[in-house]
Design a protein around this ligand. Sequence first.
Ligand code: BEZ
Length: 191
Amino acid sequence: MLMGTVACSVRPALHGVSSASIQAKPGRIRIMAIKVGDKLPDATFNTMSPEGPKPMTTADVFDGKKVVLFAVPGAFTPTCHNTHLPGFIQIAGDMKSKGIDTIACVSVNDVFVLNAWAKQTGAEGKILFLADGSADFTKKIGLEFDLTARGLGVRSRRYSMVIENGVVKSMNLEEGATVDKSSAATVCGML
Ligand code: BEZ
């Protein structure tokens, strides 16, 4: 199983990771990837509002709601831009008619880049973009992906989830570079 790792010395406080399993190793803490039945950890995203950047917590986004969340390695990167996001834009209406309150996209990007992506792709008003700029949420759920060697730093793995009132009901994590399990069509078929 894939796991995130954080050095104890630089992450002494692990508030909000109670939903993920933690395994101690000398000098390291390993966080198992989140799974079906787990509650999302407490984290704060940045979103864009008419007044400018606005923080939103996991409670703000997920409490009392049925949410489809999908994660991409990066705004404007080829597969995310040409395949993954467009699928969700196209069938956002179908998902909402099946009882989904919010379709949200999380990415380890800053809020300005995500806002530009929303505007350029026509996703504005259909998809809530959650900027996880420092990968805090992504690391807490154990789904980070180190692309440092390619000059992109730490990013998120590609996945989609159905989340009800903050609890993961289904988890579709890609193992390879394709958009298959995590696609809009796949998750819509599960609703
Ligand atoms: C993509 O095509 O989505 C992608 C490319 C390079 C790094 C991460 C994502």
